[in-house]
Design a protein around this ligand. Structure first.
Ligand code: NAD
Length: 440
């Protein structure tokens, strides 16, 4: 059993902390957001992540998991301290490290013995060294002399399936500079290690680079199939069959080959831009990633054009929008395509009736600038009722089996924009719909 503190209790920190406690460690989750910590102490989960609540409740009950805003005792009482705070894009696109470095400073301020400081946030190459310097400088100011190790342990979980991803990772990457830190990390992940999860042991810099390279590659793969989809539309080919056959090639794999409105979320947009900046700062260009970023922006605009072309004009029309989160099974809307597509439609005169199973809270403030043109609905059918088109933006399961007889009865439109390709074009046309997918 290892005593662990996780600083930053967001999508990554809360999942990591809860599951590490489920592995049998004693974990203290720390955050500066008092409301979040108070909710967690009261058993309320601040995010929507399937399967997480019961793990949090169980481990809180068995006193393996606790929540606090008191960073001082969290640092003093634990040997392994994870940093899992946000690294949003700064104005120039590079990763903003202020939160990571603030936590490093806090750790050094309260350090009372050997600590392993584990960076789980996605950070540019060289950040591990910056964290080390921050700790050394702060310790020197305190005239204190404690040994410590900085470790890089990037996280690959996906929101919406985070519990499964954390408990069944394809690999665990650990960048460490000492044998002692590596052994402690092996102990932290021993449960996975026993299940034969591969452990990639490397240096700090390589570990930091692995995360950016992996995310940028996945973003590029999505963008590739989106661009192929756009060509398919022009030449009369079916991108879904193209993607399926491509994916059957073992060298390619079928994952991340679903065409749609462009990638979004809290990682790909900022991580691709940050990688391009890292390259630039080091006198290199990653032109594939630069192009990916531009093509992804264009893809969102193309969805607006698709709707305009399909309807002729959206001025004065009411559109039903199904889904606003960047993917299903999350309430996260950071950099969701909806944040570009919906304001663009409203600017052209559209009114929106929106339903998202978990996205309303986020959507209400993130779409505040167009709130006068939005009516939030409680069900798909309420949103569909008396509209001029239905637009599927996020592929929540409950949108996959709409009752089209009911859609007709309640005045739903024949215009159906399926931006996630969850329906079959042929059968939708047979049902009498003007069906628009992406690349089909
Ligand atoms: P998040 O915004 O959900 O959570 C960050 C938390 O850190 C917030 O609760 C915030 O209040 C807290 N925080 C900020 N400063 C703090 C401080 N000084 N002390 C204590 N707490 C502080 O972020 P996230 O989505 O969990 O992402 C965290 C990191 O993990 C990022 O670097 C991200 O790129 C990376 N990552 C995210 C995902 C994902 O799917 N969200 C997946 C892999 C990696």
């Amino acid at each position: 059993m290892t005593k662990i503190a996780v600083v930053g209790t967001g999508y990554v920190g809360l999942v990591s902390g809860a599951i590490l406690s489920d592995f049998g460690h004693t974990v203290t989750c720390v955050d500066i957001n008092e409301e979040k910590i108070q909710d967690l102490i009261n058993g309320k989960i601040p995010i929507y992540e399937p399967g997480l609540e019961s793990i949090v409740q169980k481990n809180t009950y068995y006193k393996r998991l606790s929540f606090t805003t008191d960073i001082k005792s969290a640092v003093e009482d634990n040997e392994v301290i994870f940093i899992a705070v946000g690294t949003p894009a700064a104005e120039d696109g590079s990763a903003d490290l202020q939160y990571v470095l603030q936590v490093a400073k806090n750790i050094a301020t309260y350090m009372n013995g050997y600590k392993v400081i584990v960076n789980k946030s996605t950070v540019p190459v060289g950040t591990g060294q910056k964290v080390k310097e921050m700790i050394q400088t702060t310790l020197a100011e305190r005239e204190a002399d404690f040994s410590f190790d900085v470790v890089s342990n990037p996280e690959f979980l996906r929101e919406g399936s985070a519990v499964r991803d954390f408990t069944h990772p394809d690999r665990v990457v650990v960048g460490a500079e000492s044998e002692k830190a590596l052994e402690i990390m092996k102990e932290v992940y021993r449960v996975l290690y026993l299940n034969e999860t591969p452990l990639v042991e490397t240096d700090l810099e390589t570990s930091e680079m692995i995360k950016y390279a992996a995310n940028a590659y996945l973003a590029m793969k999505i963008t590739f199939i989106n661009e192929v989809a756009n060509v398919c539309e022009k030449v009369g080919a079916d991108v879904q069959k193209v993607a399926k056959a491509m994916g059957q090639d073992g060298r390619i794999s079928p994952k991340f080959l679903n065409s749609g409105p462009g990638y979004g979320g809290s990682c790909f947009p900022k991580d691709t831009i940050a990688l391009a900046r890292i390259a630039e700062e080091n006198g290199e260009t990653i032109s594939l990633i630069e192009t990916t970023i531009t093509a992804n922006e264009k893809q969102k605009q193309k969805m607006v054009d698709k709707i305009i072309n399909g309807l002729g004009d959206v001025d004065g029309k009411t559109l039903c929008i199904l889904g606003v989160t960047f993917k299903p099974n999350t309430d996260d809307m950071r950099d969701a395509p909806a944040l570009v597509i919906l304001p663009a439609l409203v600017k052209l005169g559209a009114k929106l009736k929106i339903y998202d199973p978990e996205g309303r809270k986020e959507g209400t403030w993130r779409l505040k600038e167009i709130e006068d043109s939005i009516v939030w609905c409680e069900t798909s059918y309420e949103a569909i009722e008396n509209t001029d088109a239905t637009v599927i933006l996020t592929e929540w399961n409950e949108f996959r089996n709409l009752d089209f007889d009911k859609v007709r009865q309640i005045g739903g439109s024949n215009n159906f924009f399926d931006l996630r390709n969850i329906y079959n074009k042929k059968s939708m046309i047979e049902k009498g719909f003007n069906y628009y997918g992406v690349g089909v």
